[in-house]
Design a protein around this ligand. Structure first.
Ligand SMILES: NC(=O)c1ccc[n+]([C@@H]2O[C@H](COP(=O)([O-])OP(=O)(O)OC[C@H]3O[C@@H](n4cnc5c(N)ncnc54)[C@H](O)[C@@H]3O)[C@@H](O)[C@H]2O)c1
Length: 246
């Protein structure tokens, strides 16, 4: 199940996982994008189905899980891409914006884990992959967004511990600057690109391959981790300058 799977990193994962033989339930609020993506996956020989799911709504999770159960597909993988951005400081953030961002980014992860675990137990285990951010590594000055991503990191570790004995692994992927619709056209894009030591943005496909690894049996011993994919963006500059010119 790939939530927030209709666009960006999620869409790249939906395609990649389907090409690797997974039946992908693409869940999102972007119904037209999701339906079109599923059509493309099926046309190229993969298996997928679109589910409308507002990940902030518990009832939507209940009906999505019921649909998956009725389909008789096993549920072993949850990728959670759901995220909205809010680029404001503490003083520039209203309570309503704070609550909306925390609900969209962190509460959705809590609801997702709670919803899929019963089916993963029936499947004999699974892998939960949450797409966090380097905002929860360095502390980007976006009050609500960055805090919500720190909450995701924390919840990922708690979940990993809670379900480890049941064969359910939980990891957080922390991307840096990924150029897609999340930030295309924003005024900061060029400055951000220059600040990446690797000199370029990452792609949705590169993040999708990391998610695929974490979903696979090759990652059987990896759980409770925050895995950064950012072209060294989050490395302390003093470390980078130590190696400068060598
Ligand atoms: N693009 C970047 O530079 C970047 C960097 C770090 C982290 N991230 C994180 O990666 C994740 C994916 O982002 P992206 O870059 O693909 O951007 P995106 O905006 O294209 O993807 C977010 C997806 O989540 C969906 N979504 C939002 N609210 C939802 C809800 N309530 N219920 C269901 N679906 C919902 C959107 O419709 C969209 O498909 C996000 O969590 C984002 O915070 C992105």
């Amino acid at each position: 199940m790939n939530v927030g799977g209709a666009r960006g990193i999620g869409a790249a994962e939906s395609k990649l996982f389907a090409s690797e033989g997974a039946f992908v339930f693409v869940a999102d609020i972007l119904d037209d994008r999701g339906e079109e993506l599923v059509r493309q996956i099926v046309e190229s020989g993969g298996e997928a189905r679109y589910l409308h799911l507002d990940a902030r709504r518990e009832n939507d999770w209940i009906s999505a899980i019921r649909t998956i159960e009725e389909s008789k597909q096993k549920l072993n993988i949850l990728v959670n891409n759901v995220g909205i951005n809010d680029r404001n400081s503490i003083m520039g953030t209203s309570l309503a914006d704070w609550s909306n961002t925390m609900e969209s980014n962190a509460t959705t992860m809590f609801l997702g884990i709670r919803s899929v675990v019963p089916l993963m137990r029936k499947s004999g285990g699974g892998s939960i992959i949450n797409i966090g951010s380097t905002s929860s590594v360095t502390g980007t000055p976006y009050a609500a967004y960055s805090s919500s991503k720190w909450a995701m990191r924390g919840l990922g570790k708690i979940a990993a511990r809670e379900f480890v004995a049941e064969g359910i692994r939980v990891n957080t992927v922390c991307p840096g600057f990924i150029l897609n619709e999340f930030n295309e056209g924003q005024p900061y894009v060029e400055a951000l690109r220059k600040s990446v030591p690797m000199g370029r943005a990452g792609s949705s496909d590169e993040v999708a391959h990391l998610s695929l690894y974490l979903a696979s049996d090759e990652a059987a011993y990896v759980t409770g981790q925050d895995i950064v994919i950012d072209g060294a963006l989050s490395m302390p500059t003093y470390v980078l300058s130590t190696f400068a010119g060598k």
